[in-house]
Design a binder for this molecule. Structure first.
Ligand SMILES: [Fe+2]
Length: 292
């Protein structure tokens, strides 16, 4: 089996060719695919339709899996697989389900142990629209004006499920709605690549610690406006049989409700468990590289 990695976008995205997703990986396969995952932030595997147990087994190649907090979305045949659907149990359009994941965010960043990676496998797709968008947060940080970098480097922020503006939590259990805020760095040093990336996101970040709410809101708005640039973005246009994985430590992603809402859009999802960001190396509060 010869694996080939074909780059799809400037900011992110690569297709993995020549990989049989039903076979276990040897060390060489893991080395090639995992490095491509770190380098390209999003990997695409095409034309292989998977059952829930097959999708779960494939996802395990990237690390230990973590089921979603919302138990009603978990798959009965594969407990680490979550169904992402815009259809409710009566077969009607589910607005809460459809809106999950719309807005830039990094998965599980409302948890102290957020996700390293997320995999989706397309089950049913609308006939147009519904692409998934990604933003390269390494690039957003590296190209950021020095003055703005200085104001965020070394800072910590509070995160919660509802974020600053309280996204819907009605599908969560009461104990999950009451989850305490968690703390992550505003600029995260990737624990495997050692590269800094903007980690705050508009969906789950509440405020930067050590600032008033107004100061924090203004600074976060400035950072999010900077990050939301086409040059840092790439989007995946879905086909049936597609599986993708994305990097949550160095990218944010968003769905869009730009498809016909009377059409079904259903995915299986697996989440690769990450590490506690408070136990990771951090950028110093005063970064001498940025002192000038
Ligand atoms: Fe997400």
């Amino acid at each position: 089996m010869t694996i080939e990695i074909r780059k799809l976008g400037e900011a992110a995205g690569a297709e993995v060719l020549g990989l049989d997703m039903f076979q276990p990986w040897d060390a060489e396969t893991r080395g090639i695919v995992y490095q491509a995952f770190l380098d390209n932030l999003v990997l695409v595997f095409r034309d292989q339709v998977l059952t829930p147990p097959e999708f779960m087994a494939f996802s395990c190649n990237f690390g230990g899996l973590q089921p979603h907090v919302a138990k009603n979305y978990r798959h009965p045949e594969a407990e680490d697989i979550v169904m992402m659907t815009n259809v409710d149990k009566q077969g009607k359009f589910d607005e809460v389900g459809a809106n999950r994941g719309v807005g830039w965010h990094s998965d599980l960043s409302y948890d102290q142990v957020p996700a390293n990676g997320t995999l989706l496998h397309a089950v049913e797709l609308p006939d147009r629209g519904g692409d998934t968008w990604f933003c390269n947060m390494y690039q957003a940080y590296e190209t950021m004006p020095a003055a703005l970098k200085r104001r965020i480097t070394g800072k910590m922020a509070l995160f919660r499920y509802g974020g600053r503006y309280g996204q819907s939590t009605e599908h969560l259990r009461p104990e999950d709605k009451a989850k305490p805020d968690v703390i992550h760095p505003v600029v995260r040093l990737h624990p495997e690549t050692g590269r800094p990336a903007v980690y705050v996101n508009p969906y789950h970040t509440v405020r930067i610690i050590g600032m008033t709410r107004a100061e924090s809101d203004a600074l976060l708005d400035e950072v999010f406006t900077w990050c939301d640039q086409a040059a840092f973005q790439w989007h995946h246009a879905w086909r049936l049989g597609d599986t993708i994985i994305w990097e949550n430590r160095s990218s944010v992603h968003s769905g869009k409700l730009d498809y016909p809402l009377d059409q079904r859009r259903i995915f299986m999802r697996a989440t690769v468990r990450g590490t506690n960001t408070l136990a990771e190396a951090r950028l110093p509060a005063v970064n001498t590289d940025l002192a000038a």
